[in-house]
Ligand binder design. Structure first.
Ligand code: BYC
Length: 321
């Protein structure tokens, strides 16, 4: 059966069961679902939820590092940081575009973020206290993002999967620049090395929380994986990330702040300590150290720049007519 699409409204309308069967066959065969394909409402809603949260994370994620743009220690570091923060804006734009292919409205998504009706990544609710934090965000936060997002390049929804390919390539650059920055600081003075260790101590546990709640407390995982939106569970990706980070920490010469972290010789994987899920819940419910500041800045940006949107819309309308 050929795929029923929205651009063939006069074709004999297949019934709901046939549409569902076609969708199920697409997922079972590991083929892509595209915007014009019929999809169950719950699939569409689940994708809008995840993609919007992802887009919001990129846009809010510009703030912690953006705070250091005026204080970067050299022109080179400033140019690198500026390029990275601009890339994050670009990632947000691809992702909002992907959400639009599902019928979502970008302005409405922004309103939902500002009103606390949609989430963004917990990680961006922690402050960047020193310049070493910029390096650690590159290494650990972008590293976690790569670990989480590379499998999303095979997500079942075409526009999301394709957006992830470019995002992941850019994230790899981001991670390398963070690691290079930290390597440079580790070759510096004892104060610089202490600054790096302090930043690692503060960002390690929040980075592990980026992968989401444990599998037995993750309400969306089972359905999302059955639909091929997510390809691995939260705990699987977290474990992969820990295993990947331990040798990188050793090469850098820093200690990860977990006395229970140890290689299990039987499995070849690292055992690690208990994550503070109470802290995670506080942060995602709006009570982290920087939630109020992050959202109020985003609100100010929306309100102060509304005239730009209005002008651009009027200009586009004039040209269209
Ligand atoms: N923070 O059922 P679960 C970046 C929410 S930006 C906040 O496991 P799911 C970067 C979750 O949304 C990278 N909320 O959910 C940018 C759900 O609540 P709702 C951001 C979280 O979706 C700038 C509830 O908890 N990456 O790298 O199956 C500078 C239950 O969770 C978090 C993405 O967005 C969290 N950490 O799995 C530098 C990746 N974790 O929505 C770097 C795309 C969970 O029902 N997203 N929640 O109200 C995903 O892969 C998945 O959505 C998650 C969660 C693994 C995050």
């Amino acid at each position: 059966m050929s795929a029923p699409t929205l651009d063939r409204p006069d074709a004999a309308a297949p019934d709901e069961a046939a549409l569902q069967a076609h969708f199920d066959a697409t997922i079972a065969a590991d083929r892509r679902v595209e915007p014009r394909d019929w999809m169950p409402e719950a699939y569409r809603k689940g994708l809008v939820r995840q993609i919007a949260q992802h887009a919001h994370s990129e846009i809010i994620g510009m703030q912690p590092e953006g705070d250091w743009l005026l204080a970067a220690p050299s022109l080179r570091r400033k140019a690198v940081l500026l390029a990275k923060v601009q890339d994050e804006a670009g990632h947000g734009m691809y992702l909002y575009s992907a959400a639009e292919t599902l019928g979502a409205d970008r302005a409405d998504l922004t309103d939902k973020l500002i009103e606390g009706r949609q989430k963004y990544s917990s990680i961006f609710n922690y402050p960047t206290l020193t310049y070493a934090d910029c390096g650690v965000i590159g290494w650990l936060v972008d590293g976690a993002a790569i670990c989480n997002q590379v499998p999303l390049c095979r997500s079942s929804y075409g526009p999301y999967a394709r957006a992830m390919i470019r995002v992941c390539k850019e994230e790899s650059f981001h991670q390398r620049q963070g690691y290079e920055l930290l390597m440079t600081m580790m070759r510096g003075t004892p104060e610089q090395r202490a600054m790096v260790q302090d930043a690692v101590d503060r960002w390690w546990w929040p980075s592990l929380m980026m992968f989401g709640p444990p599998d037995d407390d993750s309400p969306n995982s089972a359905q999302s994986m059955a639909w091929g939106v997510k390809r691995h569970s939260n705990d699987e990706l977290r474990q992969r990330y820990v295993d990947m980070s331990v040798p990188q920490a050793a090469a850098l010469g820093v200690t990860l702040p977990d006395p229970e972290l140890a290689l299990d010789p039987e499995t070849g994987r690292h055992r690690f300590g208990q994550i503070d899920w109470a802290e995670f819940k506080q942060v995602i419910s709006g009570n982290g150290p920087c939630n109020a500041e992050r959202v109020s800045r985003r609100r100010a940006a929306r309100d102060d720049n509304a005239w730009v949107t209005e002008a651009a819309t009027a200009y586009a309308a004039k040209h269209a007519s």
